[in-house]
Design a protein around this ligand. Structure first.
Ligand SMILES: [Zn+2]
Length: 440
């Protein structure tokens, strides 16, 4: 029996491959073949753009990566445009469009920037072995950008692209978004208003067996507290009260006590300054404080973030926080303000429907089931801005890898053709209206 096992395994593998092939129509088989035959070419391009530094604040580098990709999209017959980022103090965004008029309107989302600025030690593509490459932004998300391109090339090769309705938006400031945020995300939001379906090519949780249907929001808050400066020997007396630092600690503890058990909600005080005088610079996210043990504290500044799964949860949490802030210890005052940030990519039913279609595509290609990532593990990303406009969307269709945002970031090259095939076949089926049972 022992000897037969390899034979049995081989047979199973062959049958799986055969079964998978049988689930694909002619156009799909043609695209699969194209992706395999042009995989090397895609990797050469990926290496080229990885070796161009495009930290969010390296505007020239971000634009240079955009230039390389714009040429490629133009060669596919797409209309390309560079949206200058001067009004929001970033490099800008790449937009590529084709409107063939057939099927649903699809928005594909990527980003050109990485967290690795020019002073990072992580600047180059390095092969670890035949499958794993260590490189800045390979998984997050230049791999995903080239997957977008390769899938469009496959659709073009099968004679499908010309008929489709596709907009590609690659932002130049996903990792450190420009301000004001409404200006920085105007193009993306306009594309979302146009689109029926949003596809995000972020790396997700790095595992190609999962995709993202929900992302939590991410925004900031600032708490300012004041008290009566007086000699410490008089603290708690009616005229002096508790001081700013006690009031700040009451507020923070009550945030923790009343809200820390709510599922999918997190809020983190990340910085606190308190004393007799406090100076804080929000742009630099740093400041100074002066105070003495024998003086009741006069000022406290706390900054933090808050993450939620839906706009409703965010509104509820903010209301609770405001109520806590307003309770005030004697002779203190406090205010909390909430900043704008990334909205949640809310768990819409359409997202789950699209995920199940993506999973079906994956199975038909022989790559197995795709499941949803736990929302606690999915941070905010650009697809979140499309949430309220599109019928359905998923993210995490990009390259698999590990340790993104660290100098040890790796990409798994095996996921590159796999994700390209999945994207191309999914978009083809969306266009035909098969996946969704309806066209537009
Ligand atoms: Zn990213």
């Amino acid at each position: 029996m022992k000897l037969l096992r390899p034979v049995f395994l081989l047979l199973t593998l062959l049958l799986t491959a055969f079964y998978a092939e049988a689930q694909l129509d002619r156009a799909e088989k043609k695209m699969v073949k194209y992706v395999d035959e042009h995989n090397k070419e895609g990797l050469v391009l990926l290496k080229q753009i990885i070796n161009i530094n495009s930290g969010s604040m390296n505007f020239e580098g971000v634009k240079a990566v955009g230039d390389v990709l714009m040429k490629e999209f133009a060669a596919l017959g797409m209309e390309v445009e560079w949206i200058d980022g001067a009004s929001f103090n970033r490099a800008g965004h790449l937009v590529a469009r084709i409107e063939g008029g057939k099927g649903k309107k699809i928005l594909m989302i990527g980003h050109l920037d990485t967290v690795f600025e020019k002073d990072s030690p992580n600047q180059e593509w390095r092969d670890i072995d035949e499958n794993i490459v260590k490189a800045p932004g390979i998984a997050d998300m230049k791999g995903g950008d080239v997957i977008i391109l390769q899938s469009l090339k496959a659709l073009k090769h099968a004679g499908l692209l010309e008929d489709m309705n596709i907009t590609v938006v690659m932002t130049g400031d996903e990792e450190l978004s420009g301000r004001p945020l409404d200006k920085a995300r105007k193009v993306l939001i306009e594309a979302a208003e146009w689109a029926d379906i949003a596809l995000g090519f972020e790396n997700g949780d790095g595992d190609p067996k999962t995709a993202i249907v929900v992302r939590r929001s991410s925004s900031g808050w600032t708490l300012k507290v004041t008290g009566n400066a007086a000699h410490s020997s008089q603290i708690f007396k009616p005229r002096v009260g508790a001081g700013a630092i006690y009031e700040a600690s009451r507020i923070l503890y009550q945030f923790y006590d009343e809200l820390s058990k709510e599922e999918f909600l997190t809020f983190n005080p990340g910085m606190i300054l308190g004393g007799t005088t406090v100076e804080y610079d929000p742009a630099l996210k740093q400041g100074t404080a002066f105070g003495k043990g024998n003086v009741v504290s006069k000022d406290v500044t706390v900054t933090g973030d808050i993450r939620c799964i839906s706009p409703e949860q965010l509104a509820r949490a903010q209301a609770t926080m405001k109520a806590i802030v307003s309770r005030h210890l004697p002779q203190t005052d406090a205010t909390i303000s909430f900043g704008t940030g990334y909205p949640p990519f809310a768990p819409a039913p359409g997202n789950y429907e699209l995920l199940s279609q993506f999973s079906q595509v994956s199975q038909d290609l022989g790559f197995g089931v795709v499941e949803a990532v736990n929302p606690s593990n999915a941070g905010a990303a650009d697809i979140s801005f499309t949430s309220q406009y599109v019928e359905m969307g998923i993210d995490g269709m990009g390259m698999g890898g590990a340790d993104d945002h660290t100098i040890n970031e790796t990409g798994d090259l095996r996921t590159f053709p796999m994700q390209t095939k999945r994207a191309a076949v999914l978009m083809y089926r969306i266009m035909k209206g098969i996946a969704l049972g309806k066209g537009k």
